[in-house]
Design a binder for this molecule. Sequence first.
Ligand code: GDP
Ligand code: MG
Length: 695
Amino acid sequence: MRRERGGGQRLRRRQRQNPPIGPEEQGFTFALAGNQNSGKTTLFNQLTGARQHVGNFPGVTVDQKVGDILRLKGAHLVDLPGIYSVRPYTSEELITRDYILNQRPDALINIVDATNIQRNLYLTLQLLEMRIPTVLALNMMDEVRANGGHIDVEALSEGLGIPVVPISASRNEGLEELLHQARRVAEERILPQRMDFCGPGPVHRCIHAVSHVIEDHADQHRFPSRFAATKLIEGDDALACRLGLDDNERELIEHSVVEMETECGMDRNEALADMRYSFIQELCERSVRYGEQNRERRRSEAIDRLLTHRVLAIPVFFAIMLVIFYLTFNVVCAWLSDLLAQGIDGVAAAVDHALTDFGLNPVVHSLIIDGAFAGVGSVLSFLPLIVVLFFFLSVLEDTGYMARIAFVMDKPLRRIGLSGRSIVPMLIGFGCTVPAILSTRTLSSARDRRMTILLTPFMSCSAKIPIYAVFAAAFFGGNSALVMLVLYLLGVALGIGMAHLGNHTLFKGTSAPFVLELPNYRFPSLKSVAILLWEKARDFITRAFTVIFLATLVVWFLQSFDLRMNPVTDSADSLLAGLGRLLTPLFAPLGVRDWRLTTALVSGLTAKEAVVSTLGVLLAVPMAELPVALQGLFTPLSAASYLVFVLLYTPCVAAIATMKKELESGWATLVAVIGQCLFAWLVAWLVYLLGGLVV
Ligand code: GDP
Ligand code: MG
């Protein structure tokens, strides 16, 4: 379903190129662009309701949300990623640029946070260069008014050369007019009236000189020449190739740029930024009267004195995460998951009973009860966890706190080549790797996202706690808390080490740059939160019944049959046990020599808790006696080595499935999984080896 979007998009475009049947039948595609936290999601949800499809932009794992506009029949709205500029820093900026230039939406709705208008207009000026019919949606007007501010919409509209509509997305104000204007510019193909944003001077001369050089090329490639000119001045080499400029032309351009740099005394990027900001400043002086008492700003600053405090910010952040974790895992989920598990057990028992009465073949019976119900049921019991965690996360995101976390954590994380936003998935990884990987979607570049996805499994997930607990009780009696702490820290340290390594090899380059402007704290829109939760839940349930269902069936099969395909009574004869035995020699260097221990590792791939339950079944002891039973199979050292392996090897099927979806590559996932197992083995081996020297 994910891949269809691009195709569907093209299909719609093709249909549109056929003679239109009538204005109503003619489907418009509007694209929504704006800064992060400008109210994009709120506006999108207001205009499309919950009727939206999430797909991906072609070739990347960035969400492309498309929705039918409720109040305008046949019109679609595409949500572009939140960005601050159209320079090709991040994949989001590239996506926005490529989408606008290649797909050419019928109109662009540029949403601007009116309380932060100067900063937001910076993107607007760049969008205008792309020569697409554009409407400016001036959002958060309720706040501007409440602060006693005023924006002269006419003057703004005239200065920018596009219609400007004051709106309040969260209060549903002004949206009719916005749609009306969007439709008007789309229907009449009204391009932005103005493209010159600079007064006479060196920058102006340079842009004109460059435009002149590339004019023919740009026309030939149907590329807006003004946009191409500024991008070339900024040093976009890819574009120079794409336009097919020859060496001579490139030299001419470089010459003009150097001339401009010397005349302005600024480098090329500074000169262009300066040009845009001067224009914006001059425009805002004419059209914006700032409120006397900006209540939101003052309130935000007061809150920020604590939340971004030099010393307290990080402890406060960890405290907030701790509370969220406590509420998610211990309070809400313990209760909800139990309830759900009981429900599923109830249904399973009823079905079990009915099937027995019916006299169904015992193998098929086992398939349904031990395979389907046990497998999908255990995964579905994760659902409350995912939903609750995402509820808290979306509140953090929408209130504007996430931007602060990213800001605070940016500096330490940048040292290992990540950006501040990666901290959230990493922390969630301590709870469960699946939502952690899903939450990497909040990261602002594909590189950061991939790196973080590979990093999250190092954060020891909560499903591993039962394993640690059993082993700690068996081998490290007095020091079990210490052992757990060491394991957690080992995971973090190795994760950081790997990120550092990756930063210098696989993921060369810098993390997405960071914009310091912090949005005001705002109350999240319940509608947006609800829609987000529904999307997550739907996604997860779909996966539970597809990928995970299949995987549990495979494990059931391996557990229930022997090599000759006869159903087994003793699990020691099963294919799974055979597989475990096959792996035993591999684990001998770690001091792990019993086939039951390796079998438990294999079944741990379905879910980490399964390591403990499988050991219980294979050793034929009740849970309470498991520690004692294990003592016969391990020395403390080999137990430590086994635990380290458990800490580091591939999380579980659910995590692998999520990883595959987010990395959008089966190969990359396979390599990652094999890599994780090899790495786990290597570290566990080192522990066994070095431990042997010390002990
Ligand atoms: P996005 O990051 O651009 O998708 O922004 P969101 O839609 O998540 O909005 C950011 C925050 O601004 C949320 O807390 C919204 O509830 C809030 N918000 C959105 N539109 C308005 C508005 O018109 N007025 C006010 N006061 N708040 C708004
Ligand atoms: Mg959003």
